[in-house]
Design a protein around this ligand. Sequence first.
Ligand SMILES: N[C@@H](CCC(=O)N[C@@H](CS)C(=O)NCC(=O)O)C(=O)O
Length: 236
Amino acid sequence: MTYELLIGQRLYSSWSLRGWLCFDAFDIPCRVETVEIYSDGFSSRVADFAGGTSVPAVITPEGGRLTDTLAIAWHLAEAFPDRGLLPEAPTERAMARSMIAEMHSGFAALRRSCPMDLSRAWIGFVPDADVRADLDRIEGLWAGALDISGGPFLFGAYTLADAFFAPVAARIAGFGIEVSPSSWDYVAAHLDHASFRRWRALGLAENRWLSVYDQPFEAGPFPAPASIAARDVETR
Ligand SMILES: N[C@@H](CCC(=O)N[C@@H](CS)C(=O)NCC(=O)O)C(=O)O
């Protein structure tokens, strides 16, 4: 028995990205199923899976039903204490939990104005005061952690805190939002992370484009780092 994870379309479902990163970035196996957000069958599929109303959702090997990313994150941190899901030092660990909680419950203006779309970038977006306030707070949080750790991720090595901010990095990149040089380095580290690259590649391969994510701006290519050549996978 393994974990089962239900996600939405990879190019667009930011919460699904967070949930999946909680597994993939820490090499925790799970069997992934997808359901189309904005489809007629979405609600019944999600309800049938684990009884919830949104994606991601998880069924644990023991049959536990987890219907929220925070629950998924805390469960995996508890079940896999040696995989580095949270920083080791108690103060950093507490800060990571706080940043995850703040991301989970906040930044509504940024989320509303800049939906995640990993298929393209938008040229000409100008953040309004509410979006700028969200970004200022996010950049402050990032700087507070990065100044201590030295990066490349918030607490040095990749943790759940980074998994929760991955969609924000994608929004900043996709909407061409101006941020400080250290914030941009952190965004670039996300775009170059193996799990993020894998997720985006799988998303592009889904070949499903949602017009509901169209924006009133000129579209350009998503600023992904250069592709890595495919290689033989005879061994792991
Ligand atoms: N609080 C939830 C939020 C999940 C969420 O809003 N997911 C979106 C997809 S990105 C969704 O399923 N929306 C459909 C709906 O809520 O009906 C979590 O952290 O898991």
